[in-house]
Design a protein around this ligand. Structure first.
Ligand code: ADP
Ligand code: MG
Length: 402
């Protein structure tokens, strides 16, 4: 797929901007702070409603304006679709598809994007929350209806945590509160089980793709592996250790939603005294992590800077390959490379460049055009203080790296 037209109103530092794009490589150049990232962020936001930079929508609306509008025409499988999203600070977004009002979530999945940005180093070096977000963004990109479940889970989690905290760590909790907690356990388990099963299914498909991508971006002999570390399994192991009667339990099916729901309820039951003590929900997808390893060592805390970059890149390339396999033959997600070439050494640049060729449309931003490998100078746009202009076609050889 590719975006053929983009129009922004009051989005970030853009008042009114329109741009017409082609398939292939689109480079966006301009000094820092001019709006390069803002432009690609608008495209990514239309695809996922989340930004690689902020969690609050208010920052997306131009300072002083009441609301922003992002509109794009996307060509997919030869068919045009016009998507429009109105972002109103402090209120629900409003959506249109082909000019007719639509539910915002119907927009999800229409444009598929994969963004790679310097922030992605946090996938490797940062907190588990970064990796959970990576997984869940992919889960909902592939299965848009799970967006509702994801939102529900977060809401239930907040409410159940508030309830646990309200007991003030007390041991003598009134019976009524205990039965209220039972109800919340059920809700949390039902939504949590769906997310856990979806993540498990995702990781088993993603793991070989990430391993392959890592092999091609790094020159190390070590394999990259990814694996979910489950708070549920940990709780179950603890419980089994404390129970000498128990034999070896059968290996549970990580994709069985009913079984996961029951297991989560059981685990919450066992953990309830600790949960009341600490005022936090101790088991569920919000306590899981995606463990990344290079060779036998966990990447976090052990990987070198270069290895970390390679692994972050491999996670994004893996996501790209997976979304591409999901889509119709010949269609690929839109690849967005925000300011990454400056961060990569020559070897990784060249490898990334060769992979970029697989995408139908690629947006590449850079402050210094020379950082973009020569073979990738496609149509070039210049952004200056929230104004986008098409530059003349680059002469052959321009942007060559010495
Ligand atoms: N909501 C907003 N309203 C007005 N300006 C904004 C808003 N959000 C960001 N900006 C401005 O956008 C600029 C950063 O744009 P960005 O796309 O990140 O730059 P770069 O070209 O370096 O990628 C900054 O000057 C910032 O102040
Ligand atoms: Mg930027």
């Amino acid at each position: 797929m590719y975006i053929s037209d983009l129009a922004l109103s009051d989005f970030r530092n853009y008042r009114e901007a329109v741009a017409r794009f082609t398939e292939g490589v689109i480079t966006i150049v301009g000094a820092n702070g001019q709006g390069k990232t803002n432009l690609v962020e608008a495209i990514a936001y239309l695809s996922t409603f989340s930004s690689h930079r902020v969690s609050a929508d208010a920052a997306l609306v131009r300072a002083g304006a009441a609301g922003a509008v992002v509109r794009a025409k996307v060509m997919s499988n030869g068919h045009p679709t016009v998507l429009e999203l109105e972002i109103i600070a402090g209120r629900a977004n409003r959506a249109r598809i082909n000019r007719a009002p639509a539910r915002t979530r119907d927009l999800l999945g229409v444009i598929r994007t994969v963004v790679f940005a310097p922030e992605d180093l946090a996938l490797v070096k940062g907190d588990p929350a970064e990796r959970r977000r990576y997984l869940d963004d992919l889960v909902v990109a592939r299965t848009p209806r799970l967006t509702v479940v994801r939102g529900e889970y977060e809401k239930i989690l907040r409410q159940r945590s508030a309830l646990l905290k309200s007991t003030g760590g007390g041991r003598r909790v009134p019976g009524a509160l205990m039965s209220t907690l039972d109800v919340w356990d059920g809700h949390l388990a039902a939504a949590g089980a769906q997310m856990m099963a979806a993540r498990s299914a995702l990781v088993s498909e993603l793991a070989p793709l990430v391993a392959t991508a890592y092999r091609s971006v790094s020159d190390g002999a070590d394999e990259a592996t990814i694996e979910i570390r489950s708070s549920l399994e940990k709780a179950e192991q603890r419980a089994a250790e404390g129970d000498s009667e128990a034999g070896q339990p059968p290996t549970p099916d990580p994709l069985d939603i009913d079984a996961l729901t029951a297991r989560l309820v059981d685990a919450m039951h066992l953990l309830r005294p600790q949960e009341l003590d600490r005022g936090v929900c101790l088991v569920g997808p919000h306590r899981d992590d995606l463990v990344l390893r290079i060779g036998d060592l966990p990447a976090r805390g052990y990987a070198s800077h270069g290895e970390s970059w390679s692994l972050a890149l491999a996670l994004r390339i893996g996501a790209f390959e997976l979304l591409r396999e999901d889509g119709p033959a010949g269609e690929t997600p839109i690849l967005i490379l925000d300011d990454v070439f400056a961060e990569l050494d020559m070897k990784r640049r060249a490898r990334l460049a060769s992979m970029v060729g697989e995408a139908q449309q690629v947006f590449i931003t850079a402050a210094v055009p020379e950082d973009i490998p020569a073979e990738l100078t496609g149509r070039r746009f210049r952004v200056t203080d929230g104004v986008v202009e098409l530059e003349e076609e680059a002469p052959p050889g321009a942007g060559d790296n010495p």
